[in-house]
Design a protein around this ligand. Structure first.
Ligand SMILES: [Zn+2]
Length: 287
């Protein structure tokens, strides 16, 4: 494979697969960096998302089979964005759980995805979830209780993965380090803020996002201060939208406190996401 996957054993039962940060890559998701998680115990695994390049999902599956003797796989597709579903075909013979909207969206875009005509992604075979739900779903990986919960943040039908006994929340793209991607087309900024507050009220000690600095994962994950940082970023962006210098405002101007406190860590390719977010805020204000 072109890029090596880095593996972090977060816990005995939880592994992070990082595709790395590649500032020169043509694909934004490769520039931003990110990874996926698997919860595994006694030969069973719940894999969350199938990564961002064709072949990476197969790699993760083979790795878990080889190193943890996993024979029974279940996949969760957290949302339909391509960097989360590109290698679902590796799990075509498994139960693939997702939100109803995720299945609909993948089928709607199937022809475009498979022709390689979507954004900067390579063509890939579309394998949508074959077990869908809305709201929340409880399941077990051996004796580990897992709650899949829908949050109206970043994308419609976005699922977070909560392990109540371990107080772990796998956020996927609900939270991001250093800042998150706005889309107010399916839910208002106020609704998304309220959803982040709802998440904050959960009994969570350790947070694991998809797109983040791997060093923080190696140190044991993020705390709830990441939720505060993401809320604060949205609040400040909304509050400053009418300022004269809004369009020239850098992410560092908005995130200075969180960066100084070390809650989030700056990564230059996120300057592009910040520009897109300013455009999304102005679009919202114009409506
Ligand atoms: Zn993503």
């Amino acid at each position: 494979m072109e890029h090596q996957i880095e593996v972090v054993e977060v816990r005995e039962f939880l592994t992070y697969f990082y595709w790395g940060r590649h500032p020169e890559d043509k694909m934004m998701d490769m520039r931003l960096g990110g990874g996926t998680y698997a919860i595994h115990k006694n030969g069973k695994a719940l894999v969350i998302d199938s990564m961002t390049r064709p072949g990476q999902g197969v790699w993760v599956k083979d790795y878990l089979a080889r190193t943890h003797q996993v024979a029974q796989f279940t996949l969760v597709s957290s949302h339909w964005h391509v960097d989360h579903i590109i290698d679902n075909q590796a799990y075509a013979d498994c139960v693939i759980i997702g939100h109803k909207h995720t299945r609909e969206k993948m089928l709607e875009k199937k022809a475009v995805f498979e022709a390689g005509e979507y954004s900067d992604y390579d063509p890939f075979e579309v394998v949508p979830p074959n077990l869908v739900f809305e709201g929340s779903l409880e399941l077990w990986v051996d004796d580990i209780k897992v709650e899949l919960e829908e949050y109206l943040v970043h994308e419609k039908g976005h699922l977070g993965v909560y392990l109540p006994e371990q107080k772990i929340f796998i956020a996927n793209d609900i939270l991001e380090d250093p800042l998150w991607f706005f889309d107010f087309g399916f839910a208002s900024a106020e609704t998304q803020m309220a959803e982040l507050e709802r998440l904050k009220a959960q009994d969570v000690d350790y947070i694991f996002p998809c797109h983040c600095a791997i060093a923080t994962i190696k140190k044991g994950g993020f705390s709830k201060s990441l939720i505060d940082a993401n809320i604060s970023y949205l609040k400040k962006m909304v509050a400053r939208a009418a300022d004269q210098n809004f369009t020239s405002m850098t992410a560092a101007d908005v995130l200075q406190d969180e960066l100084d406190a070390g809650v989030v860590e700056w990564w230059e390719p996120y300057a592009d996401v910040h520009e897109l977010n300013k455009a999304e805020i102005l679009k919202m204000k114009a409506l």
